[in-house]
Structures are given as C-alpha cells and as structure tokens.
Write a protein that binds this ligand. Structure first.
Ligand SMILES: O=C(O)c1cc(=O)[nH]c(=O)n1[C@@H]1O[C@H](COP(=O)(O)O)[C@@H](O)[C@H]1O
Length: 272
C-alpha cells in the first residue's frame, strides 16, 4: 500500500487507529476454545466488528509463534482474511526482525511476499545492512524501533553518544539509507514528550505509536507533539480494545472501545 492510500483512508475514516491483534489463548473467551482455529475465530470477530474505526491491524508475531505451526496457520488466515475482505486496511507484522543482510532479505520475503503484509517492524541494532533488505520492496514499509514504550528504552536508547541520544543518531543515520522514504518509526506513547525533538529530525515520516491504553500513554499528548500535516501517526492499542470483555459479545464491546478512540481521533483531525 502506498503512503498516499494510507493517508486517504485516515481522512475517510477520520481515524488513525491501529488495533493490535495480540491474541492470547489464555485471554480469549473460553467458548471459542472448542472451535477449529480459536485464534482466527477471535481475530475474525474483532476485525469484522472494528474495521470501521481502524485503519490498521498489527498482529504481534510472538503471539502466533508461541503456538507453533497452528499459530502460523492462524496468522496466515488472519492476514489473508484482512487482505481479501478489507483491502483498504494497512497491515503491520510486528516481528521486530533484523539480522545480517541475506537473513534480513529472507525475513522480508516471509512478511512481504509469503504473508503479504504491508509493513514489518524491525530492530535497528545491527545497522544499515540489516535494514536495507526490507527497503527493497516497493510499496512496503519498514517500521524501525526508534524510542520504545517500555522502561528498558532508557537502558540504551536515550544514552548520549556523540553528544546526543542514541535514538536520535539511529533516526538521523537511517535517513541516508537506500529507499529511506519507505521507513516509518516506532515511538512509544509513553514517551510523547520526546515527539517534538523527533519531529525536528523526521518531520514527514509516519510514526507507529504503541502504548496508549494498557501502558498508560495519552492520545491527546501524542497528537499534540507528534501529528504532522499528513497526520503522520498510527496509534496502536491492543489489550485495551481486544480484551475489553470476556463475554460472548466481546467483539461488540471491542468495537465500542474502538469507536470511542476513533471519536477522539476525529476531534484531533479537525485541528489539522
Ligand atoms: O513495535 C511495537 O509495536 C511496540 C513497540 C513498543 O515500543 N512498545 C510496544 O508496546 N509495542 C507493541 O505494541 C503492543 C502494545 O500492546 P498494548 O499495551 O496491549 O496496547 C504490543 O504488541 C507490543 O509488542
């Protein structure tokens, strides 16, 4: 999907909500466990109920890998279901990959070709040649960890190297990489106060912002510092939406949660 198509969808739906499909067998309603593929059944119900309010879905690959072959099958069915039924939706494989070049090329093939995601998250620790293979795929996007939402972000990412914080150096360097216009960046909603500084380095890039809801990040603050003329934000919420209820009408309740967030996003878009 092109960035232009993503922006159009955001304006059409008045939403920049990404729903995280962190689907955990221990958390889904127990009556689903007797189904053939409980993870897919749960995802399908959530997607059908919430797609009006969301522009992106982000399955976190760990939640699928944890169940081995069955989990991979559920993941494949989920991405195929979205691509077939809701082709306007932007899809993110949250895999946090990155390795030496020929290995990264295989990760890229797995998520962009075999599974046909629009984007994949990568960790930048191994540098340029570990990220560039992901950037070889036209109209696919590579979402690089910049400043993450967790406490451990302060262990390395904010340490000063060459007079500035490491995360700033990482973002700056990545701008010189081949096809860097296909890069997006992860910035945690819990780090909203850093967004002003980040926007000075990458005013035009899209940011994936996880950490609202269960981790305590605030939508208004993220928009205040992070929004650009094209919106430039995909704000993710996983647990606070998909596990809003354990009852049989879990999908409706998830949709109601998503609708509230979409309403707040529509207000923010009015100020653009
Ligand atoms: O790359 C991510 O998506 C990510 C980066 C980050 O800094 N923090 C973060 O929470 N995430 C992911 O975003 C999701 C957040 O889930 P909730 O806290 O349940 O909304 C999880 O899938 C995390 O793995």
């Amino acid at each position: 999907m092109t960035t232009k198509a993503l922006i159009e969808q955001i304006h059409k739906k008045k939403s920049f909500l990404c729903i995280g499909l962190d689907t955990d067998m221990d958390k889904i309603p127990t009556y689903l466990l007797s189904e053939d593929d409980p993870i897919f059944s749960f995802n399908k119900a959530i997607i059908d109920a919430t797609h009006k309010y969301a522009v992106a879905y982000k399955p976190n690959i760990a939640f699928y890998e944890a169940y081995g072959i069955k989990g991979w099958k559920s993941l494949k069915k989920t991405i195929e279901y979205i691509n077939h039924n809701y082709p306007e939706i932007f899809t993110i494989a949250d895999a946090k990959r990155g390795d030496i070049g020929n290995t990264s090329a295989m990760y890229a093939k797995a998520f962009f070709q075999e599974l046909a995601f629009d984007s994949v998250t990568v960790a930048p620790y191994m540098g340029k040649d570990s990220v560039e293979p992901f950037l070889e795929f036209p109209n696919k996007h590579t979402i690089m960890l910049a400043l993450t939402s967790n406490e451990g972000a302060f262990d390395f990412q904010t340490l000063k190297t060459n007079e500035q914080e490491l995360y700033k150096t990482v973002i700056e360097k990545s701008k010189s990489w081949k096809n860097s216009d296909q890069l997006m960046y992860v910035v945690g909603a819990t780090k909203a106060e850093y967004l002003g500084e980040i926007r000075k380095i990458i005013p035009d890039s899209f940011l994936l912002v996880p950490g609202v809801g269960a981790q305590g990040g605030r939508l208004e603050e993220v928009c205040k510092y992070g929004m650009n003329k094209d919106v430039g934000l995909l704000i993710n919420s996983s647990r606070a939406i998909i596990y809003a209820s354990e009852t049989s009408n879990f999908a409706e309740i998830a949709a109601a949660k998503a609708e509230v967030i979409q309403g707040q996003m529509a207000e923010q878009l009015e100020s653009l």
